[in-house]
Structures are given as C-alpha cells and as structure tokens.
Design a binder for this molecule. Sequence first.
Ligand SMILES: [Zn+2]
Length: 487
Amino acid sequence: MNLNDELFEVVIGLEVHLQLTNLKTKLFCSCDSNYRDAAPNSHTCPVCLGLPGSLPVMNEKAIEFATKLALALNCTINNSSYFFRKNYFYPDLPKNFQISQYNKAGGKAFADGGFIKINSNNHKKIIDLNRIHLEEDPARLVHLGSIRTSPYTLVDYNRSGITLIEIVTEPVLSSPGEAREFLNQLKLIVLYTGISDLSLEGSLRVDANISIKGHPRAEVKNINSFKEVESALVYEIMRQKFELKKGKEIIQETRHWDGRVSIPLRTKEFEKDYRYFPEQDLVPIEIDDNYIDEVKLSLPEMPYERVIRLQNQYKLSEFDAENLILDKYVADFYEDGVNSEASYGPEEFKLYCNWLMNDIVGWLNEHNKAINEVNLKPHYIVDLIWNINEGYITTKMAKSFIDSMMRGRTISQLIKDKGKKRISDESVLKKYTKEIIKENQEIVEDLHTNNKAIEALIGRVMKKTKGQADPKITRRILKELLKIREK
Ligand SMILES: [Zn+2]
C-alpha cells in the first residue's frame, strides 16, 4: 500500500505531555521530583497519595517554568486561570480525579495559541498550537511483561503529582515525518529554556489524533518515546487506509501503542465523561504583565534566534547554522572553539564548522556519544586547522587523528607520535620530490596559473612516502626546486 496515496489526506494533531524534570519538587507537594531509580512509592506524601483531608499547594516555580515555555513557544499567556478536576477512575489516580486545566466552562488554558516553525521537505512550515496547560502526572502502572499478558498491575506513586505541561497542536501535521520534526524542534526549545531534560526516560509522552480527511479520528495513547512516535503514526495511518480500502469506516476510539501495533483500548471518551469542575482547594493563578516581562528577560537565547545570530556573527549559511544548533552542546562547543582564536575570520569559521559537523559529529554518531562525553576540547580543532594551514600535517593525516583526539590526545602529542616515523631527512625528501616533479609535468605547468597546484604535488610526495614525508620540509624543497626550474 502506498502511504502517499493522494486519495488519502492524512491529518495529525499531537498532545505532548512533558515533565518539568528540572523542578525540585512536585506540582502540589514538597516531595522530591527526582523519582527515577528511587524505590517504588518512596517519594510520596498524603497529597500525592490523594489521602482524604490533604490539601494541595501550588509550586510557584512551576508557574515560572510554564511561563518560560509559553513565551518560547510564542503563546499568549492568560493573566488569570484556575485548575479543574478531571474525573476518571483508574488505579493511577488515587483521588479519582486529576488536577488539570480546562479551557471551557469558564476556565482558561495556561496559555493559548503559539507556534513552532519546522523544516518540511525543504520548506519552512508553521505548526500552530492550540494551547498549553499545567497538570499533575498520574502514578505509573507497571505491568509484568506486556499490558495484554500481565496477570496483575503494580502502581508506583512516585510519579504521582509530578508537574506536566501539555502542549496541544492544531490538527495541521500531515505526515509522520512532520511530527518527528515538530518534536525535535520542541525538544530543542525545551532544552534551551532549561526547564526540563527530555532525554530522561518517560519525561515525554505523546498522544496522537490521527485521521484520514473526511473520516473519524482515532487517538493513539501512550507513545513513550521520540523514536516510537513516528513508527506508531506510520502503523496507524496504514491501518486506517487499509480499513477504508476494504470499505469499512474508522471507529472513533482510543488505541494503545504497544511498540509494534496499536490495539483498541476503549471507545473514545467524550469530554462530558470527565465531569470537569473547578478545583476549589487551589486559588486561581494570577499572572500580571510585569511578571511576564520579568520572566521574558530571564529567558535565554532560543534556538531560532541563535540560528540568525550564528549567520550574522560567523557568516555561516542558514544550512550550517541550523545544523549546528540541532545539538545545543555542539553549538556551544563551536562557539567556544572559534572564539578562542582571535585571528579567526569567515574562512576559518566555515572550516571549523566543517571539521566539527563532518568529522567530529560523524564520529559521535558512529559511537553513539554526545560531545560532552568525550575528551575533545574546542581548541583541538583550532590546532588541527593551524597545523594543516602551516603544512605540518595533511588533511588526510588530520582525519586519521580524529579518533585519538576524541580520546583526549592533543595535536602536538599526535604529531610527535607520527614524527617517529616521519621522514625529515632533506636528502631523502629531495630524491622523492625530484621524482614527483619529473612524473607530474602537467601539474608543474599548472603552477604558472594556479598556486594551489603545489598542494597536489605535496600530496603526491606524501602518497609516495606513505604519509611519512614531513610536509613542511617537502613544501620548502618543492618551492626551491621549482624556482630553480623556472629560472
Ligand atoms: Zn507528595
């Protein structure tokens, strides 16, 4: 079956739940929010266990973090909003309701609108957001094996009451690839704001509403990782197309993604089933414009702003700048490196970027490592480029240094090591150089009009000596010999 079948226009809307992992305590109590690796049910108190008589108290820092994210996503923050109880019965909710926000029945979301710009098929596309709101995370249900076969369910309340932000997009995504790109951009923005580390397991969960235009939609829940989103969407789109091609209609329902297939969980609840009503145990959230301005001032540079600055400051292309910022730490590394050398201009800025993005990031991807997990220092690449420019090493030799550099070897150490086998005896080099000149008369001719042809000759000497000739001495000898020939 063809996914791009034009008869079937795909419509995707996402509800992204992200934990504010950089908060120290939970949303309504002072339990430690760093529950990962903790013994089950060890980070709990009467509030997050939902015991009768306990009262929630708002975490002020969570408001600040939500404000930061709302600003970074270009949303309009509501000056006054309050919490609702979303009622449902499920073992992960000890109170039988979740404290959340609601944009109906007189309620308002934390912030409305907003957008994220993504690259889709080499075009920029604006993905409009509907709203973002704050809510508490339910507890974690643990199944033995899979949800279908487990004989019982365990409940860990350590996650109960962790701060979540839900981001709801408009149904404007039109492919699994766009959804992936959207999540990548979102993840980047969240990282830059400093409110959360979304690489932590379970810190980001996605519910996806998927439909073929003109037909009912299905909601796929519990997509627990970035990687899974794309495969869950691909599967669900295929399933719906297949049903329609068989002449069946899509049932509006909630489906569970189990990592391989989506399975029916329950027919879709309607909003009335949740019996939303205001949470009277919490005061409304009041945010004035002064507060918003204050938070705005504290907001660091955002990735999309950094792209523009990198282009202006280092004369990089949009392509290079966008590539650099994909990993915040790679972009930081780049700026540390190029700023450590006062003499650098546009040519070196570009060279440094090429070495970093091709050779270094290539190595990192191959070894599944992040730039802050290796011993490479930003100045090593400066040294590398300098040694190439001065003729101490060839580009080829520099590339052979990469692996050792990643393990913390400096360029001077590496050159010293290589030097043991280095041919720097002038009489030996002269012999090789003369041979190369004799064998490559056309390149020598080329030198009259093209200064760079000398690089080709040095390259031939290096090749002939299996990379052992001292490039600097070779260059000098070549120049001397060729001058004599020119006379
Ligand atoms: Zn608690």
